[in-house]
Design a protein around this ligand. Sequence first.
Ligand code: UFG
Length: 323
Amino acid sequence: MHVLVTGGAGYIGSVTGALLLDEGHSVTVFDNLELGHRAAIDTRAALMVGDLRNADAIDRAIAETRPDAVMHFAADALVGESMAQPERYFGNNVAGGLNLAAAMLRHGVRRIVLSSTCATYGEPERLPITEDSAQRPTNPYGESKLMLERALDWYRRLHGLHVVSLRYFNACGAAGGRGEDHSPETHLIPILLQVALGQREQACIHGDDYPTPDGSCIRDYIHVSDLARAHLLALTTPASGAFNLGTGSGFSVKQVLAAARAVTGHPIPASVGPRRPGDPPVLVAAADKARQVLGWTPQITAIEDIIASAWEWHRAHPDGYGG
Ligand code: UFG
C-alpha cells in the first residue's frame, strides 16, 4: 500500500515509516519539521514539508499522492504544555486533524490509523483501563485527541471512513537507529539517560506521596517497535474502533529509576520534588482487545530491555538527531 504518514519525522512516526518500508509498502511523509527531524525519516520515503493547519497544503498532498491509507501521527503531545497553551492543542491536533480528514474524504482516501492516547481517559475509574472506560480527559491534550477520535467516528458512520484509533500508553525505547529526541525533554526515561550521560546533574521524581506501593506514579511503558507493529496490523484489519496499546504491566517512577541505574551502571542521582500537575497516580492498559482483534503481542516488555534499547540510542546519539 501507499501510506501517507503525517508526523513521519517524529519519534513514533519515523519508526513506523521505516517498518512500513521494510514490509514492502511505500511511504510519503507529511511533516512540518517543527518538532520532527529530517534525519529521522527513512531515506526510502518521500517527504512533503507541510503543516496540517494549512488546509490547502494537506489537500494538495492528498490529491497529488493519492494514498491508499493515512497514518496520522502529527500532533502536539505534552500534557503540561497543553495546560499552558490549550489553543495550540485544539488548533494543531483538532483543526489540523479535521483538515486532514476533510482532504481524505474529498479525494476518496478511505482508511486512517490515528495516534491516540490513554490521556483520553483522564483519571481512570478502574484498572487496568479497557477501551470502554469512560473518557473524561483532564487536560487539553487528551481532550484534543478525544475530539478527533469522535469526529472521525462520525465520518466512519456517515461517510464509511475506515478508522482505527490506537490509544498509546507510555511510548519509549529506540528501534532501527531511531529514538526519542524532544526539545525540551520532559519524558522520564530520556531524562534519566541524560543524567547517565552527564548532560543533567540529577533527576527529579515528581512526587512520592501517591497512593501506590512506593508512592511514585505507575505507568505502562510500551516499546516503540511494538507500537509500530500495531500500526502495521491496524493498516489491514477489517476491524475499526479504538485499541489500547500497552503491555498491561505497570512500573513506578522509582522502579524505572532503579532499572535505569542497573542498565547504565550509573548512580543517576535523583531527588523527590512536588507532584506534576495533571499526573494520574496509575495508568495501566488492558490490551486484550488489541491482542484478540489485531493479533498484536508486545515483544519487548521487560523494563530493563526497553531502557537498554533507549540507552544504546542515546549513547550513540548524545545530541539526538542534531549530533
Ligand atoms: N516523571 C518524573 N520525573 C521526570 C519526568 C517524569 O518523575 O523528570 C514521572 C511523571 O510524573 C510520570 C512518569 O514519570 O509519573 C512518566 O512521565 P512521562 O513524562 O515520561 O510520561 P507521561 O505519563 O506524563 O506522558 C505520557 C505521554 C503522553 C500521554 C500521557 C498519558 O507522553 O503523550 O502519557 O498520561 F498523554
